[in-house]
Design a protein around this ligand. Structure first.
Ligand code: ADP
Ligand code: UDP
Length: 235
């Protein structure tokens, strides 16, 4: 496999062509942003840790029958993936109120939700990723009803698998964001990454945050938190 042209540089990753037209190389950077790019910084070794954590979670999901774009980890910061036509959607699953939901509904952070909640946002930085419901998504032709059913099925299954796995590591899965794309046969496939950049992980006993909120909220100990999560996963 050889690395080709840079196709896209995002906030946290760079995406390269490869000699196989159906495969992409994803390079994980140390750059971090928050508040739709308003806050910028770097988290030392984040790219290496997030590549490892994402690899770990995609492999774990595979053992539970959930396919993803993941093919293999090829270096410290690089992952080979299946090329997909991405949907302009962010799919958030929440078990506990935090962040945007806690603010919007004036819920105390840490309030346990009676059932897991799914939310969609339009992946569009210029508009500030506004929230969408299933009707907006179908009206804008972002996805069709059977695709949304499939996305919700995968998202809730991911939630169950990760929540159960993390419980044994004394970690609570508060919420997380997923992205999906269509493969060459238009099948919906889980993509992007699963890491402390796009999930909230709290220590079950101390409620200590082991995720990007430490960066968003200037709490310090960011690198240490990412490393601690990785250590617990592989322990
Ligand atoms: P952003 O675009 O939000 O700044 P990143 O820096 O994480 O995000 O860039 C990675 C980009 O790659 C994202 O736009 C994401 O939607 C896209 N992507 C993730 N997985 C795939 C895939 N399998 N095929 C094509 N694009 C992908
Ligand atoms: N999230 C993300 N990217 C975003 C917005 C949110 O990965 O652009 C993740 C975030 O890490 C958290 C979950 O989605 O795990 C919900 O985040 P939050 O409540 O802050 O989202 P908001 O509603 O404020 O966009």
């Amino acid at each position: 496999m050889t690395k080709g042209e840079l196709l896209y540089e995002g906030k946290a990753k760079m995406v390269y062509e490869t000699d196989d037209p159906n495969k992409l190389l994803v390079y994980f950077k140390d750059d971090a942003t928050a508040g739709n790019g308003e806050k910028k910084g770097t988290i030392q070794d984040k790219g290496i840790i997030n590549n490892k954590i994402s690899t770990f979670f995609f492999k774990l999901l595979k053992t539970h029958g959930i396919e993803s774009h993941f093919i293999e980890q090829v270096s410290d910061r690089e992952m080979l993936v299946k090329m997909l036509k991405m949907l302009s959607l962010e799919v958030v699953v929440r078990n506990v109120a935090a962040g945007g939901l806690a603010r919007r509904l004036a819920l105390e952070e840490g309030t346990i939700l009676k059932i897991p909640v799914i939310e969609y946002t339009y992946k569009n930085d210029d508009l500030g990723d506004p929230m969408l419901n299933r009707y907006h998504i179908m009206a804008l032709d972002i996805a069709r009803v059977h695709e949304l059913d499939e996305i919700e099925h995968i998202a809730f299954t991911v939630n169950t698998v990760l929540k159960n796995f993390l419980r044994a590591k004394n970690v609570d899965l508060i919420d997380f964001k997923l992205e999906f794309g269509r493969d060459e046969r238009d099948k919906i496939v889980l993509a992007d990454e699963i890491s402390p950049d796009n999930c909230r992980f709290w220590d079950m006993t101390t409620k200590e945050k082991l995720d990007k909120d430490r960066f968003r909220l200037d709490m310090g100990g960011v690198e240490e938190a990412y490393k601690e999560l990785l250590t617990r996963l592989i322990a």
